[in-house]
Design a protein around this ligand. Structure first.
Ligand SMILES: C[C@@](CO)(OP(=O)(O)O)[C@H](O)COP(=O)(O)OP(=O)(O)OC[C@H]1O[C@@H](n2ccc(N)nc2=O)[C@H](O)[C@@H]1O
Ligand SMILES: Nc1ncnc2c1ncn2[C@@H]1O[C@H](COP(=O)(O)OP(=O)(O)O)[C@@H](O)[C@H]1O
Length: 322
């Protein structure tokens, strides 16, 4: 009998930066209540999924040696969750090969693992020809991690709950960013823990409401937005990684409008007035010796999408196996 093997599917998925990240108190379930404004950036990972009888996962690019290739990988967990949701018989070990090409720094506060999970959900829905909506995928995504639903939708969004409940936010125009990657990642739970510790000592002050940030996004004026970037986790990330103070200063000295730690860090994100300035800031920051790598990016961009722009697999016609 002839079995048609579907062609592999490749999905591109964005990193995120938190323009506003207000951390509430620790909940009974171990998570903190959040109010955050996410923006998806043109810094991306690419995830290819292919049907196979020899399941496995390969990682290339940013942090390739530090990313787990076993069942702990978020893309692999996504494959299992989706296979189980779809009632597939291979749900324990889905018959897929997953290849991650990473541009997003690992443990960098830019949600790279979450992005790969979102991309795996989108890629496998297409590979397995599942009749599933993005909202259904978002429910599965929320079980995998607080940041995974946003990576599905992209754009600019307000996140509440533990960050997984999303509503889109209007962002006029494109914003230009410079990203400074640090030598090593920071663990998200450790940074939240450090914030709890600092707060128990009565510091630091909490950032205010997200409303002015939403207004600045609607105005499209980067100068207005720059004044409002705020992240409650920044003090905790800087406390664990004091060198970030120098990086943040260097970006502003190089000509950025403002800088902040992205999420739980240690990546620093610098908002610039336009694309040309971003390139100049990146060049100066690379020479300043305050970080490992510098990247230029813009946002908002769409969430996880099959490469080629539609959900049709883009590769050569199906191979036929005897
Ligand atoms: C801080 C943020 C901001 O967007 O992003 P990153 O900097 O990690 O990219 C997110 O809240 C991270 O989301 P994500 O990385 O998906 O975290 P999860 O897997 O859901 O949780 C990992 C751990 O972080 C802590 N955590 C996470 C989210 C939250 N609202 N409260 C928490 O206290 C908990 O200790 C949890 O066990
Ligand atoms: N696909 C993946 N890519 C990166 N890290 C992953 C992945 N799957 C699991 N991880 C684990 O998740 C941790 C957090 O990774 P990441 O999502 O990149 O950082 P952050 O939560 O700071 O945005 C890593 O240290 C790594 O051990």
């Amino acid at each position: 009998m002839l079995a048609v093997v579907p062609p592999p599917v490749t999905v591109r998925v964005p990193a995120k930066v938190n323009l506003h990240l207000a951390v509430g108190d620790l909940r009974a379930d171990g998570f903190h209540e959040l109010v955050t404004v996410f923006q998806a950036l043109s810094l991306t990972d690419e995830v290819t999924v292919a049907a196979t009888d020899e399941p496995g996962l390969e990682v290339y690019g940013e942090g390739e040696r530090t990313v787990p290739t076993d069942g702990a990988n978020l893309a692999w967990r996504a494959a299992r969750e989706l296979a189980s949701y779809a009632g597939r018989p291979d749900a324990d070990e889905p018959k897929v090969r997953i290849v991650l090409r990473k541009g997003i720094p690992v443990a960098g506060g830019m949600a790279g693992g979450s992005a790969d999970a979102a991309a795996a959900l989108v890629g496998l829905s297409s590979l397995w020809k599942l009749d599933i909506t993005r909202d259904e995928l978002a429910t599965i995504a929320g079980r995998l991690g607080s940041d995974v639903p946003f990576a599905l939708y992209g754009g600019t969004a307000l996140g509440t709950g533990r960050g997984e409940q999303l509503v889109p936010v209007l962002a006029r125009h494109t914003f230009h960013w410079v990203l400074a990657f640090d030598e090593e990642g920071l663990s998200t739970p450790k940074v939240f823990g450090e914030l709890d510790r600092l707060r128990a000592d009565g510091k630091p002050p909490r950032i205010g409401s997200h409303t002015p940030v939403v207004e600045a996004l609607a105005s499209g004026d980067p100068r207005q937005l720059a004044l409002l970037l705020g992240n409650d986790l920044q003090a905790a990330a800087v406390s664990l990684r004091p060198g970030l103070r120098r990086t943040l200063r260097a970006g502003v000295n190089a000509g950025a409008l403002a800088g902040c730690v992205s999420g739980s860090g240690p990546t620093c994100a610098f908002l610039c007035s336009d694309a040309e300035t971003a390139v100049e800031v990146a060049a100066e920051l690379s020479g300043a010796g305050v970080c490992r790598t510098v990247r230029v990016a813009h946002g908002p961009v769409p969430g996880a999408r099959v490469v080629g722009g539609d959900d049709a697999p883009r590769n050569a016609p199906p191979r036929v196996h005897a």
